[in-house]
Design a protein around this ligand. Sequence first.
Ligand code: SF4
Ligand code: SF4
Length: 365
Amino acid sequence: MSKVFFSDLHGKKSWLDKTGKLFDRANLKSIIEPGDIVAIKVHFGEPGNTAFLSPLFVRRVVDKVKAAGGKPFLTDANTLYVGARSNAVDHLVAAIENGFSYATVGAPLVIADGVNGKDYVAVNIEGKHVKEAKIGSAVYHADAMIALTHFKGHELTSFGGALKNVGMGLGCRSAKQVMHSDVLPQIDQGICTNCAKCVKWCPEGAITVTKTSSTIDHSKCIGCGECTVTCTFQAIAVNWKTEPGVTQEKIVEHAWAVIKDKPGKVGFFNFVLNVSPDCDCWGWNEAPIVPDVGILASTDPIAIDQASVDLVNKTQGLLGGRLVNFDGGDGDKFKAISGVDWRPQLAYGEEIGLGTRGYELVEVK
Ligand code: SF4
Ligand code: SF4
């Protein structure tokens, strides 16, 4: 059983102070030695999205890392798809425009896999799916890491938690391609309006739309999933060459590659706030599916994700959003939205020794 420290949002206390207290109670100071370079993994948010983690929380963790003697920097790796974060220049501009700068967070920003996504270290992991995982070199060479995750829904992994943030997030662009390679999108001609919006967003030019038909050339498609979320008519379904669990297992193997050479030097926060149904990679976000739940901290990425999803599923769902399962009982909210079971990532992470699904939830007031 791993300990997961949890602060709910009740009481007249600052959520920032709760974040600092969680850092202390989870003893994250112990993962930092004076002089350590500490990577703080965040998602800077795609411009237009407002659900990503506020820099205010990041600042509080940065201050704690500095107080422990560490030298923090904020980081994320470039995206695979077309957007404002697929190279370091655009990525840094997007981050600054979304409120992340030295002036606001008190730490420099470093894009983990460099200007064009080619600064990586190939980590030998000999996994079931991936033998060498290509990880952004800035994070690989850091002494310690704290992953700050906005916990929300995700179209490919059902929810986006700590594992997804670290595994998919810190893989370089070609690693992301490996992780997406089992996605096989299909257009439903009965729903498609031939509006061609998806064409603009496809990074590989794999979609052809005429006045009467829309097709995807699967020999060009890299499975980034961009088109499935871009289509406002829900005409493109995520199908799988294998099964959704394989993509999740690849993500877990990349998370293992990030973590394995930092024993006792990695911590996690999950912010179960503004739980939007999709990833922060999109330039928009829909209404949250549950009220804000709280903040969690742990040194176990499996336990913190299990605890987070359990808390969401126990919380009464919100009307008016995409959630179709409104009860606060055993309803599996993320699966109801994405159609994807999230359990394979946690089961496989446990199997390869990343952590445990058994946890003790320690309430921090
Ligand atoms: S965005 Fe959707 S509706 Fe428009 S062409 Fe693409 S699949 Fe069809
Ligand atoms: S067709 Fe393939 S490559 Fe193009 S956006 Fe869709 S998933 Fe990505």
